[in-house]
Ligand binder design. Structure first.
Ligand code: PMP
Length: 461
C-alpha cells in the first residue's frame, strides 16, 4: 500500500511538474521506476532486475555506473568542477587530443557541447558560415534534435511543432530499402551482412542494394525542385536511429556526398547514436560507408550518459567559424572531459567494439531466424549493437503492425525483464541498442523473451 501510494505520488509529480510530454511517451502502461544501474543491468525500486537493451537510447556506451568511468568522474569532482575554456586546464586539452586521434585527417578540430541538438545546431551554423549558402538537406524519418533549428533537420511529425522551425531545411527521401517504393529486403542469404557489404547485386540477385540508383535519383530530384543551386550542407546518420535502424543501399552515401559537394555543400555525419564503436566493424559509422565527412557530430555515448556532445571538423571550416566568437559555458566542462576521456579508454580496455560486433552479429542471426518463423516480423537489420526489428501485419503487405499490438508485445517484454526501444515513423520498429558490455548469455536471454512475447501475442490474437 505504501508502495502504491509512492508510485501514485511520483506519477502525480511527473504530471504536474515534469515535461508532460514525457508522460505521454512514457513507454509503458505500467511505468518502470528505475532506482539503480550497473553495467547492462537496471533495478527498479522493488529490486526487480531488467536487462537494459536500450541504454537510455544508445547512450550508456560502456555500462551503467562503469566503475572506471565513475572513478574518473569522482576524482575530477574532487579536483575541479568547473571553469570555462577561457582558461587552460588539463582535462579539456587531454580529451581533445585523444578524441582527435580517433579521426582521419583533416577532421582534427573539436568543439565541445552539452547535447546532440546543440552539436547539430552548431554544425548547421558552421556549414552556413563556411559555404555562404543556407539550405540544408536531411533524410525523411530522421531525428537530429528538438531545438527550433534542428527541428528542421528532424523529419518525424511526432517531434514537430507548428512554429517556424529550421528555415532552409529540406527533407529528401530516405533510402529505406524495406519501406521505400522500390521494395527490397535485407539480404536473405546472409542476414547479418549489412547492405553495404552485400554482394547480391554482383551475383545477379534481386536485393536492396540494387535500388541505389533510384534513391540517388530522388536526391537529384530534390536538388532540381526544392533547393537553390548551391546548398550549405547534407546531414545524414550512418544508420538512422530514431527512424528504426534504417540502413541505406551500398554506395548511397558515397554518391550523395559527391553530389552535395558539387552543389557547394559540406557533408555532415550525425554519429550521435552510431559512434564510439557501436556498429562493431568500425569506430565511426561513416567509416562503414567509405566516406570522410567534413563534419561529424556526436553526443550520447560520448559520455556514457554524462551530458555532453561534440562537433569535429576541419581546420578550414574552423577558420571560417573563427570570424566571430563562439562561447559555451559548459562545453568542455572538466568533469565531462574527464568522464569522456575515461569512456574512450574503457572502450579499448573492455574491448567493447569487438563485443558490439560479436554479440550484435549473433543477435541479428538469431533474430533473422525468428523473422522466418513469424509472419509479423518483417525485417531484421542493423550493424553491431544498433539493431532494428521492423514489425508488420503480414510480410506481403508490409503494413506496419498497429501501435496497440506493438505496445502489447513491448509491455510483455518489459514484464519478462528486458527493456528495449521503439522507433520508425509509425512506431513499428523495435530498437535494440544496449550498453556495449552485454554478453552472449544476455543475448540468449533476450531471444528467449522476444520469442515468448511474440508467441504470446500470436496466441492471444
Ligand atoms: N541526433 C541523433 C541521431 C539523435 O538520436 C539525437 C537524440 N535522439 C539527437 C541528435 C539529439 O540529441 P540530444 O537529445 O542530446 O539533443
Amino acid at each position: 500500500q505504501v508502495k502504491t501510494a509512492f508510485f501514485r505520488h511520483t506519477l502525480q509529480i511527473r504530471k504536474k511538474h515534469c515535461n508532460p510530454m514525457t508522460m505521454k511517451v512514457t513507454y509503458y502502461k505500467k511505468p518502470v521506476f528505475i532506482h539503480q544501474g550497473y553495467m547492462q543491468w537496471l533495478w527498479d525500486v522493488d529490486g526487480k532486475r531488467y536487462l537494459d537493451l536500450f541504454a537510455g537510447v544508445a547512450t550508456v556506451s560502456v555500462g551503467h555506473c562503469h566503475p572506471k568511468v565513475t572513478a574518473a568522474a569522482v576524482q575530477q569532482l574532487k579536483r575541479l568542477w568547473h571553469t570555462t575554456n577561457i582558461y587552460v586546464y588539463p582535462p579539456l586539452h587531454e580529451y581533445c587530443e585523444k578524441l582527435a586521434s580517433y579521426f582521419p585527417d583533416p577532421l582534427k578540430v573539436i568543439y565541445l557541447t552539452n547535447s546532440g541538438s546543440e552539436a547539430n545546431d552548431l554544425a548547421m551554423l558552421m556549414a552556413r558560415l563556411h559555404t555562404g549558402n543556407f539550405d540544408i538537406i536531411t533524410f525523411r524519418g530522421s531525428y537530429h534534435g528538438g531545438s527550433p533549428q534542428t527541428m528542421g533537420l528532424t523529419s518525424n511529425a511526432a517531434y514537430k511543432y507548428p512554429i517556424a522551425n529550421g528555415l532552409g531545411c529540406t527533407n529528401t527521401m530516405c533510402p529505406d530499402v524495406f519501406r521505400g517504393p522500390w521494395g527490397g529486403s535485407h539480404c536473405r542469404d546472409s542476414p547479418v551482412q549489412t547492405i553495404r557489404e552485400c554482394s547480391c547485386a554482383q551475383a545477379g540477385k534481386k536485393c536492396h542494394c540494387m535500388a541505389n540508383e533510384q534513391y540517388i535519383g530522388q536526391l537529384k530530384e530534390t536538388f532540381a525542385t526544392s533547393v537553390p543551386s548551391r546548398i550549405a550542407a547534407f546531414f545524414g546518420e550512418p544508420i538512422q536511429g530514431v527512424g528504426g535502424a534504417v540502413q541505406y543501399p551500398k554506395n548511397y552515401l558515397k554518391e550523395a556526398y559527391k553530389l552535395v559537394r558539387e552543389k557547394g555543400g559540406v557533408c555532415i555525419a550525425d554519429e550521435v547514436q552510431t559512434g564510439f564503436g557501436r556498429t562493431g566493424s568500425h569506430f565511426w559509422g561513416f567509416q562503414g560507408h567509405d566516406v570522410i565527412p567534413d563534419m561529424v557530430t556526436m553526443a550520447k555515448g560520448i559520455g556514457n550518459g554524462f551530458p555532453m556532445g561534440a562537433v569535429v571538423t576541419t581546420p578550414e571550416i574552423a577558420a571560417s567559424f573563427a570570424k566571430g566568437v563562439h562561447f559555451n559555458t559548459f562545453g568542455g566542462n572538466p568533469v565531462a572531459c574527464a568522464v569522456a576521456s575515461s569512456v574512450l579508454d574503457t572502450i579499448t580496455e573492455d574491448n567493447t567494439q569487438q563485443i558490439s560486433l560479436d554479440v550484435g552479429t549473433y543477435l541479428m542471426t538469431e533474430l533473422a531466424k525468428l523473422r522466418e518463423k513469424y509472419e509479423i516480423i518483417g525485417d531484421v537489420r542493423g550493424k553491431g549493437l544498433q539493431i532494428g526489428v521492423e514489425m508488420v501485419k503480414d510480410k506481403a503487405s508490409r503494413e506496419p503492425l498497429s501501435p496497440e499490438a506493438m505496445n502489447e508485445i513491448f509491455e510483455d517484454i518489459k514484464d519478462m525483464g528486458v527493456l528495449i526501444g521503439k522507433g520508425g515513423i509509425y512506431g513499428q520498429t523495435f530498437r535494440i541498442k544496449p550498453p556495449m558490455c552485454i554478453s552472449m548469455e544476455d543475448a540468449d536471454f533476450f531471444m528467449a523473451v522476444f520469442n515468448k512475447s511474440i508467441h504470446n501475442y500470436m496466441e492471444r490474437r
